[in-house]
Write a protein that binds this ligand. Structure first.
Ligand code: ADP
Length: 169
């Protein structure tokens, strides 16, 4: 019961932590970021203000405020240019740093959106491959994290993520 693709709205999930596809300001934006800020309420923005932004690939933690999730891990995905500007490594770092924070906090359930595949333009196949491989490798021997959800908001993302997940375990 460790890794599953979940079709739906990440803001509704009752997990210990949801990951946000944030921008460097960490102050909210469009897509899933906007949805998380709306659902969490204004206190989230206040908490984010204190974090002072983040670099691409970094992740930072806040509480979940009005969300059903206890925590939000804000990860800054790369803006995709042509794949030759370190995008893959930066995307991998988002997942790696999010998992690291989750482990430190003793989080047992965590949900990821498809970071960078919306407004930031990362090709879905490649981004999904990185997401699944990185998270799988870092959680397969871990006793703390026992429920990982890869959240898909649309048909295409659901089918690509499901495909990649089937191939890995
Ligand atoms: P980025 O700027 O990192 O590309 P986006 O928010 O534009 O982030 O898109 C990332 C993914 O999150 C896309 O697959 C998008 O469809 C999805 N998404 C948007 N809103 C939600 C939501 N409420 N729950 C889960 N996923 C969402």
């Amino acid at each position: 019961m460790k890794w599953n693709v979940h079709r739906g709205d990440i803001t509704e999930l009752e997990v210990d932590a949801i990951v946000n596809a944030a921008n460097k300001s960490l102050l909210g934006g469009g897509g899933v970021d906007g949805a998380i800020h709306r659902a969490a309420g204004p206190e989230l923005k206040e908490a984010c203000r204190k974090l002072g932004g983040a670099e691409t690939g970094e992740a930072k933690l806040t509480e979940g405020f009005d969300l059903p999730a206890d925590y939000v891990i804000h990860a800054v995905g790369p803006v995709y240019r042509d794949g030759k500007h370190g995008e893959a490594e930066e995307l991998e770092n988002c997942y790696r740093n999010s998992i690291e924070i989750a482990k430190e906090k003793g989080i047992s359930s965590i949900a990821f959106p498809a970071i960078s595949t919306g407004i930031y333009g990362y090709p879905l196949e490649e981004a999904s491959e990185i997401a699944i491989r990185t998270v799988y490798e870092l959680t397969k021997d871990d006793d703390t994290i026992d429920n990982v959800l890869f959240v898909a908001f649309d048909d295409k993302t659901e089918s690509v993520l499901s495909d990649k997940l089937k191939k890995i375990h």
